[in-house]
Design a protein around this ligand. Structure first.
Ligand code: F6R
Length: 608
């Protein structure tokens, strides 16, 4: 969670840091702050403010043009509420040293007790403030910020990305990471540090990944990485393929709307190069896996978990291998039985979700092979997996996940087809026909988006509803779960997804006169089409206002019918989810909510 950025170079640091924070604000928006090294060995300039970045920007009267290095932070509160005092940076007693932090310092209580005994005064309720005083203590003896940082990191428990600056060495920024992301952007006589590349893609496409327990020292012309004991490390370099413009809103009212409209291209990019001229599936990234597996386990959180639930149907049917899907946050706390014949697939847009990362590590400890389906190149989860399938959806800035989800589902389908091809559990003709269905999806999503206006208008008519229910069966059930999650997080309404067959076992009691129910219907050829129709009759009879999502093979009498193009049942969620995304988006706008930065949430959940 929390966004972190640092800049050192010839340009005014404040504008670079603020620009980076603007791009990272999706990671957390409870408060924001900056520290700038303006004058050698004098107290740093520090400004911090509760609330969104704009509050901080309004406070900044001057551009502090003399400052050539600076660090900035946008916070998602964990320890201590979203106040000015708890905002980062945190400052040493001398005012010459500043620290920003993403993550959780688990032993901060004992560190704080020790530091208070040493005479340090604390001004916040955060776990981070212990780090700045500890760093200050170590700096007294080392007089070297990098060496002091290494010693501090050895004493910390938990997860952290840390950046520190000291006015004694104003061009230097020192960073460190454990279980939390940090990348270096390599510019011309300037360098950047950030939680992710979106903070600096407008300035450079060259970047370095930092590994676990590494400390980096950055000046305008040099980057030096060591482990926690000062041994030199060669970091992995990578080129950023994302286009700088893709991190801008490009004329759309919100990032979420832009990302919804980017879905046809995102799916095309996921599919690009995956079928050769003979229709064979190509995923060379999987060559290191031994596909003699007898079980697949998908682990993920939130929307990515829904991608897993949807993907399971095709993956199991095509590969003939049993597939389970589990919340990463639950998996970690039980005693599962896994072996080298289990393939664990983690799904994550950010590649940094702490619960998914910890579940991945646990699965590895238990001996499973691991594959990550991920969007963010160079992030921790793919780095720690045996194999990775990148979805290439491009940067997803809105907190609510849209294009990442559709490409995750497509990614799982491609993996399923590849395994089926390797195991010969599908014939070449079957694979060719499925490849054609998958390849047709971008145009079909485009078709939905071209005719979305009436849906937007209809949604506004439901603005006053207190609760919306979502119904589906088979792959329509996890699609319904996703529809409900989107509405909860964006419109702050009660929303729940149900399996049609479960209605009579309890949820039907929720239906009263006028309750809106969004029902996802399968194609008429599905064996559950008739059953879904009966479910709709049952809820209509009890007063539900039904909004049905169906292709033209389905004939149904409901007050609102949203048509989607035809595809095979297994792939239908890739189409049926789109209107539900638009519904949630429009509802949030109609209710005056902040679409891109919904309350209490953050994009990348890097704490447990
Ligand atoms: C919901 C949403 C979240 C994420 C979840 C996992 O719209 O975005 O539920 O899907 O936090 O995030 P990643 O995919 O980054 O692991």
């Amino acid at each position: 969670m929390c966004g972190i950025v640092g800049y050192t170079g010839p340009n005014p640091a404040l504008s670079k840091v603020i620009e980076g924070l603007r791009r990272l604000e999706y990671r957390g928006y409870d408060s924001a702050g900056v520290a700038l090294a303006t004058t050698l060995s004098q107290p740093l300039f520090v400004a911090k403010k509760a609330g969104k970045l704009i509050n901080l920007e309004n406070e900044l009267a001057s551009d502090h043009a003399s400052a050539k290095s600076g660090i900035g932070h946008t916070r998602w509160a964990t320890h201590g509420g979203p106040t000015d005092e708890n905002a980062h940076p945190h400052i040493s007693d001398s005012g010459k040293l500043a620290v920003i932090h993403n993550g959780i310092i688990e032993n901060y209580v004992e560190l704080r007790a020790y530091l208070e005994k040493c005479g340090y005064k604390f001004n916040s309720e955060t776990d981070t403030e212990s780090v700045v005083h500890l760093l200050s203590e170590e700096y007294k003896t080392t007089k070297d910020l990098s060496a002091a940082m290494r010693l501090v990191c050895q004493k910390l428990r938990g997860s952290f990305t840390l950046l520190a600056i000291h006015s004694d060495d104003p061009e230097t920024i020192v960073g460190a990471r454990r279980n939390s992301p940090l990348v270096v952007g390599l510019g011309e006589e300037e360098n950047f540090l950030a939680s992710d590349v979106s903070a600096f893609i407008a300035h450079t496409k060259r970047a370095l990944e930092l590994g676990q327990d590494q400390v980096v020292t950055v000046t305008p012309n040099e980057v030096n990485v060591t482990d926690l004991f000062g041994n030199g490390v060669t970091p992995k370099a990578f080129e950023i393929t994302w286009d700088a413009n893709s991190a801008e809103r490009g004329g759309f009212a919100h990032f979420m709307l832009k990302e919804i409209f980017e879905q046809p291209k995102a799916i095309s990019d996921t599919l690009a190069g995956r079928f050769n001229d003979e229709g064979k599936v190509q995923i060379p990234e999987l060559k290191n896996l031994n596909l003699g597996i007898d079980r697949i386990l998908i682990l993920a959180c939130g929307t990515a978990f829904h991608a897993g639930l949807i993907g399971k149907y095709a993956l199991e049917e095509w590969s003939k291998i049993p597939v389970d899907v589990e919340l990463a946050s639950e998996f970690r706390y039980r005693k599962p039985v896994l072996s080298k014949n289990t393939l664990v697939i983690t799904i994550s847009q950010s590649g940094e979700t702490m619960d998914t990362l910890m579940a991945l590590r646990y699965a590895k400890e238990l001996g499973a092979q691991t594959l990550s389906v991920c969007n963010t190149i160079g992030s921790t989860i793919p780095r720690e997996s045996d194999a990775v399938f990148y979805t290439h959806a491009g940067p997803e800035i809105a907190v609510a996940s849209t294009k990442a989800l559709l490409t995750q589902i497509v990614g799982i389908h491609l993996v399923g087809l590849f395994i089926a091809q390797e195991k010969s559990s599908l014939s070449t003709a079957q694979i060719n026909s499925l490849a054609a269905e998958l390849s047709a999806l971008p145009n079909k999503v485009e078709e939905i988006l071209e005719t979305v206006e009436p849906l937007r208008e209809m949604t506004r008519g439901f603005k006053e509803a207190t609760s919306v229910l979502f119904l589906g069966r088979h792959v329509g059930f996890p699609a319904a779960l996703e529809g409900a999650l989107k509405l909860k997080e964006l419109a702050y309404m009660h929303a729940e997804g149900f399996a049609g067959g479960e209605l009579k076992h309890g949820p039907i009691a929720l239906i009263e006169q006028g309750t809106p129910v969004i029902a996802v219907l399968p194609p008429e050829s599905s064996e559950i089409a008739e059953k879904m129709r009966s479910n709709i009759q049952e809820i209509k009879a009890r007063g539900a206002r039904v909004i049905a999502i169906a292709d033209s093979s389905i004939d149904i009498d409901v007050p609102h019918l949203i048509r989607i193009p035809k595809t095979i049942e297994l792939l239908q969620p890739i189409l049926s989810i789109v209107p539900m995304q638009v519904f949630a988006y429009e509802m949030a706008v109609a209710r005056g909510n902040d679409v891109d930065q919904p309350r209490n949430l953050a994009k990348s959940v890097t704490v447990e």
